[in-house]
Design a protein around this ligand. Structure first.
Ligand code: ZN
Length: 475
């Protein structure tokens, strides 16, 4: 497989000395690979910079002659799945062009698109960073944090396997600080926008001297040259050879097994010898095998930071809930559960397998309490609704799996409706259960799987939680 599609010849001698570089243009492009016509700057300026060799240009899609037909590669996302290349009559070139469907959400890359890579001088990153955090580590956290820092210092890949609520984010702080203080550029990537939105203010707070940006769909434009980037994994398509350290948080949600292009994206955004660290509560067998085979560093934290065991899910049958809800009735068990939460003023999350079912159920739940809201992936008010729940302005939130991870709400109680549905894999169910009991003052809580028949995924999730509790408390 060919990963290196173009080499980076920085030929500074050829750059025109008379052109005064605008820092904001330079800062925007450093580390990026960007569609020429989509640059957030006037096109004439871009043309001038190109003329004076401040950009390296690459064709969007390249093709090789294969045995029977051409073989296409997207030079932005490195997709090589031939079924994702679409041929079309191009109005601009008046001929048959090809675009990549795989990374289309990030803007269309075509065979007649120019991709720009910064070819001018790059300023050095500062080293004056501080960590403004006065929390303390448990013994297990301290050990994992030290191991991660050591691995990164030695350019060694590392896996942190930590149960939900082990305080994973804090574990990253010392390792990130050490890298920043060496003038390294660090990327923290995660598959979920919600996790980016949750992590960004936390890092902003503890790294007050660091320029950091958050990148996700429709993120606002941010100023300066960021040394620390917190981004969704999809945004990584827009970077190349950019980072000295890459950390993927919630790596299990990262579809390692079926999305090869995303996996390639992680490798293309880091510099060749830069270390990769994965952080997850539920590592897939593929990740564990890779760690073993390639001798990665490994830390395991079986206990939550507050030392209490993980809440164990209970199973409750909810026969034909689908039909009942479709008929405009919430099953009585679920009504009782919800009324109990409202009466005891406990914030709650109820997970649904589909947006459709949740849509029908929402007005029914609003008859129990008019302030109950629902949230899903495309909901633009998602952030505000979660904040409302956290601030106790609403009693509860109905949700799709979008909130399965990264969300911490004090004393939250959780129900899963239709836990037997395909979308609720064992790792999704473990993550959902992990929302409960994260706060030291409320270390326990309800996690109920309402089902129309118990699945092996449900059993696996519960067994894994029991196993982790035994590992954490057995000794
Ligand atoms: Zn692509």
């Amino acid at each position: 497989m060919q990963y290196k599609l173009h080499n980076h010849n920085h030929n500074h001698n050829q750059t025109y000395k008379g052109l005064i570089i605008e820092p904001k243009i330079r800062d925007f492009f450093i580390g990026r690979i960007w569609i020429r016509t989509n640059a957030p700057f006037p096109q004439e300026k871009i043309e001038t910079y190109i003329k004076y060799n401040y950009f390296k240009r690459i064709l969007g899609i390249s093709s090789k002659r294969g045995f029977f037909k051409k073989h296409y590669t997207c030079n932005r996302c490195y997709n090589e799945n031939q079924s994702e290349f679409i041929h079309y009559e191009c109005a601009r070139c008046n001929q048959l062009c090809t675009y990549c469907r795989h990374c289309i959400n990030m803007g269309r890359v075509t065979s007649c698109t120019d991709l720009l890579i910064w070819n001018g001088a790059k300023p050095k990153f500062p080293t004056y960073h501080i960590l403004d955090w006065d929390g303390t580590f448990t013994e297990a956290q301290a050990q994992a944090s030290q191991q991660l820092t050591d691995s990164i210092q030695q350019n060694h890949n590392h896996l942190i396997h930590a149960v939900c609520g082990a305080g994973k984010t804090e574990i990253l702080f010392p390792a990130v600080l050490a890298a920043l203080q060496q003038g390294k550029r660090v990327c923290l990537a995660t598959p979920r926008t919600d996790v980016v939105l949750e992590l960004f203010p936390r890092f902003q707070k503890v790294f007050p001297n660091t320029i950091l940006h958050a990148y996700y769909g429709n993120a606002p434009q941010q100023q300066g040259l960021p040394q620390l980037i917190i981004a969704t994994t999809h945004q990584l398509y827009r970077f190349e050879n950019a980072f000295d350290v890459v950390i993927v948080d919630e790596a299990d949600a990262f579809p390692y097994t079926f999305d090869k292009a995303l996996q390639k994206a992680v490798f293309k955004v880091k510099k060749q010898s830069a270390p990769l660290a994965l952080v997850t509560a539920t590592p897939s067998p593929q990740i564990l095998a890779k760690v073993k085979r390639e001798k990665w560093g490994y830390s395991f934290i079986p206990k939550r930071y507050h030392g209490h065991p993980l809440p164990v899910p209970t199973f409750e049958s909810l026969w034909s809930y689908n039909k009942m809800i479709a008929k405009g009735k919430i099953p009585s068990k679920l009504i009782q559960w919800t009324k109990m939460r409202i009466a005891q003023k406990e914030p709650f999350l109820i997970f649904f397998p589909t947006i459709q079912l949740m849509g029908i159920a929402t007005p029914l739940f609003q008859q129990l309490h008019e302030d109950i809201l629902s949230v899903h992936a495309e909901d633009v008010d998602r952030k505000e609704k979660v904040t409302k729940l956290r601030n106790e302005e609403i009693p509860g939130l109905l949700t799709t799996t979008i909130l399965e991870r990264g969300i911490t709400i004090k004393n939250v109680q959780v129900a899963v409706v239709g836990a037997e549905s395909k979308i609720f894999t064992s790792s999704a169910l473990i993550q959902i259960s992990g929302r409960v009991g994260r706060n030291v003052n409320y270390p326990a809580g309800e996690i109920v799987f309402y089902h129309h028949g118990i699945t092996t995924e449900m059993d696996e999730a519960r067994n894994e939680i029991l196993r982790l509790n035994k590992e954490g408390f057995g000794k």
